[in-house]
Design a protein around this ligand. Structure first.
Ligand SMILES: [Zn+2]
Length: 305
């Protein structure tokens, strides 16, 4: 079929979700709604020329688009994730949106910058359970793209206060009034406090996950050299929090792959942690499920022979 090119999403078609809350700010992610995928499919290939199928209790979705030249359907499939707070219906729309992304719908959202909003641009509270919460909602008010379909301009407002809380890139033709209103606020301020110590920097480099380290770099201007001692303390606290929530993946001593959970033939599951525990007990080492099975087979063979 001819190359199908879905148009880039408009500001109204993009939504903001709070991905994480810290005392000092919230991280936002940009995402699309399943209705946007439907609208763009209708608009681009025509309502009669696409269809969706779900399988595995909505965990998988195939979007098929009719290829009139070949006279057949062309499929793209993806899997949703249950990790979000939405229920079973969420899984269907999630797998649908992912299949849509495979066709190119909203793929540009992956080029979004790291979005970090700090008070007073957002209100962070502690709820009764001592958990940090932010009840603000955020909207994309402007979006622009370069020739490579990458986000080059992004303005986000706090829907509660209507204030511009984040902006990247320059507006096409900003008026003076707009310009003064859109003064960047979230840039790290020049601080008079002492710079981060070498020990702090070493801790950050060694302990942060790759993904987290990239976020830190983006937040502090691509270098740990800009970090003050106080900021470094804050970053180290953040790393500890995160590492406690997501323990670093454990690597199998035998095949060097990450040890992940498995679903057993009887349908029960074993988590990565349980596998590590069992392998230590049984084999005195840290092995993945596959290697444990191979070790067992080898030892059975020895016994038999
Ligand atoms: Zn292994």
């Amino acid at each position: 079929m001819e190359q199908i090119q879905f148009r880039l999403l408009t500001a109204r078609e993009i939504e903001c979700r709070i991905a994480q809350i810290k005392e000092k700010g919230v991280q936002l992610l940009l995402y699309k709604d399943a209705r946007t995928d439907m609208a763009l499919l209708d608009e681009t290939v025509g309502p009669m020329n696409w269809q969706r199928h779900h399988s595995r209790d909505n965990a998988n979705c195939i979007i098929s688009i009719w290829d009139s030249e070949k006279g057949c359907w062309v499929d793209k499939e993806d899997v949703g994730t249950e990790s979000n707070t939405e229920a079973a219906k969420g899984l269907a729309s999630d797998s649908f949106k992912r299949a849509g992304t495979n066709w190119g719908i909203g793929r540009e959202l992956y080029t979004a910058p790291f979005i970090w909003i700090q008070p007073p641009n957002c209100k962070i509270e502690t709820n009764r359970n001592g958990k940090l919460v932010c009840y603000d909602s955020f909207e994309v008010s402007e979006i622009g793209y370069n020739d490579h379909r990458e986000i080059s301009r992004l303005v986000i407002v706090n829907a509660k206060t209507n204030a511009v809380v984040f902006q990247r890139g320059t507006a096409p033709t900003p008026t003076k009034a707009e310009q003064s209103k859109a003064e960047p606020k979230a840039e790290p301020k020049a601080s008079t406090t002492a710079p981060a110590t070498e020990i702090q920097k070493k801790l950050i480099v060694e302990k942060a996950s790759n993904e987290h380290y990239m976020e830190i770099m983006q937040r502090y201007g691509a270098s740990l050299e800009n970090l003050t001692k106080d900021e470094a303390d804050e970053v180290i606290g953040e790393i500890e929090d995160r590492n406690a929530a997501n323990p670093a993946p454990v690597v199998c001593e035998r095949c060097q792959s990450y040890i992940t959970g498995v679903v057993l033939p009887d349908g029960s599951t074993m988590t990565g942690g349980e596998i590590v525990g069992k392998s230590k007990l049984t084999y005195g080492g840290v092995y993945c499920w596959k290697c444990m099975k191979e070790l067992k087979r080898a030892s059975n063979k020895r016994k038999a022979g």
